[in-house]
Design a binder for this molecule. Sequence first.
Ligand SMILES: [Zn+2]
Length: 130
Amino acid sequence: MPTYEYLCEECHKRFTVFLTYAEYDAAEVRCPACGSGQVRRRIGRIRISKSEESRMENLVNPSSLDGIEDDPKAMGRLMRQMQSELGEEVGPEFDEVVSRLEKGQDPEQIEREMPELADLGDDGDPGWDD
Ligand SMILES: [Zn+2]
């Protein structure tokens, strides 16, 4: 089941919800801390559930991940492959990031040029490594 990470704009608490794709369309997500509906979905980190993770392991050769941070084009290809394999609706930001990666842009440069992504790195984690 997909995991969605949200940020509450009222109390700035981060929380994670599990929703099926069908639920996500209809869901009214509220902050578990203050009950506010003023929440926004965090992007910038691709979170996948355990079952999807094992599908990913079947999909990609783990050795192909070695040094991928230094190879934006390879990272872009992998993200594109993950997207089609997982079938998740990922939104325009993901497409933008992937197409920039595929052009060989440095992920850090992409974050600088896409402040809405950098904005999410409030824990100091740029979201590319983990
Ligand atoms: Zn809240």
